[in-house]
Write a protein that binds this ligand. Sequence first.
Ligand code: FAD
Ligand code: SF4
Length: 467
Amino acid sequence: MRMPQVNGRYIPNVKAPRTADNEEPAAERAQDFRPVDKGFTKEMAIAEANRCLDCKNPLCVQGCPVNINIPRFIEAIRAEEFGRGLDIIRESSMLPAVCGRVCPQENQCEGVCIMGKRSEPVAIGQLERFLGDQPELASKPAIAPKNGKKVAVVGSGPSGIACAGELARNGFDVTVFEAFFTGGGVLVYGIPEFRLPKAVVKREIDGLQELGVKFEYNSVVGRITDADELFEQGFDAIYIATGAGLPKLLNIPGENLPNVFFANEYLTRVNLMKANKFPEYDTPTKHGKNVVVFGGGNVAMDAVRTAKRLGAERAIIAYRRTEDEMPARRAELHHAKAEGVEVLPLVSPLEFIAGEDGTVCAVRVQKMELGEPDADGRRRPVPIEGAIEDIPCDVAISAIGTNANPFAKMIGDIKLNKWGYIEADEEGRTSDPRIWAGGDIVTGAATVILAMGAGKIAAASITKHIG
Ligand code: FAD
Ligand code: SF4
């Protein structure tokens, strides 16, 4: 397919509809953990790139949290210069194959894309992923000579990965300390294989190792070692990127019953410990037939769709507001419903009820209605007096949010805010001039791209102050 031109000028194909996602059929994909979306072929990518208006004032760039030069990389796709396109993305984002898959583009670049005002926005996320999936085409990054300085990165999620990669390229000797036995943070233990294949994350970790970054797994900083010891060992700076993985409690009776899970635990068992393959792998989990998940965000969607893949006949998302207020990506909600997930709006859990065998057999819920908008503009759910119902279930999962990882205060003597998150300035500097921090442990639970961006910014600051 050729770039449409008149007298050597690019003419966008404004009449073409947005290229549809290349998805596996819902009924088939819900049987196993295969990727839901197969990504664009070359022909699809070029057709979609031809829809871009190549705007003089590209709002998409402003809409991107790390300001990727989107029209430039789309132009490279049109020219079939995919390596060049990937190099353009890599100027701003270290993880295009990940972000192309999981970023909430509909609220960012695609949400403000000018083509969206005429018809549908350009499928920017799919185009980013198309390039990100061809890492072999990218130019080899320039690597500065070794500067003799050592940095410890605590946590190997997207923020730690981004910081480690930048620092290694800037000539630092970098060691990543990770509590788990493998790297990637939420990208491997939280987001399921059907949304983000683990091979994609492994490729990023392998790339860091090729740059000379060392990984110390099963290494909980704050328990096994702490900031003072790391400085004694010769590290010149520390970047803390430990995330916000501590589940919020519902604080209702029965929360400790067998087969009542926190979403992060449930997902970690399956994603990381391969509980879906028990007894081939050591960790079991309950394969519920009637599963109720409380929450309305991406984590709740991942948990309920995982339950479906583990054989649930009824997999229900129970949310205290309505579908319109759910913070989950629209695409995830749409995929979940297509796979047979039921949505039960306007309910809030009161109690988990034990059956004769002592495990959960039902959850008692309070029915709600929407009242006045609260501080964030969403209508507040209000209980309807006397409207209480029991929903039978053999697995219940709570996905109502997370808090700061509690190890932050044990790592070093740095200032935390009242919720336990690390206080850091816009460069990621903490109250200790040798310690930087970023990602969810500073912002609270956020997004992959913001965590990655914070790692990049901190690496630049560490290079400026320590390098
Ligand atoms: P994390 O990814 O949490 O990584 C922190 C790492 O630090 C972990 O590996 C942890 O084991 C390690 N660690 C913690 N304490 C220590 C210690 N003391 N010593 C050593 N290591 C330690 N965002 C999106 O943009 N799109 C999505 O679709 C999306 N879906 C999500 C689905 C789920 C199930 C979850 C849980 C989150 C999702 N998010 C999504 C949010 C996103 O994944 C996070 O915002 C992002 O991963 C935060 O990155 P981070 O590097 O700050 O922390
Ligand atoms: Fe292309 Fe949309 Fe960006 Fe304009 S706003 S340059 S149409 S992607």
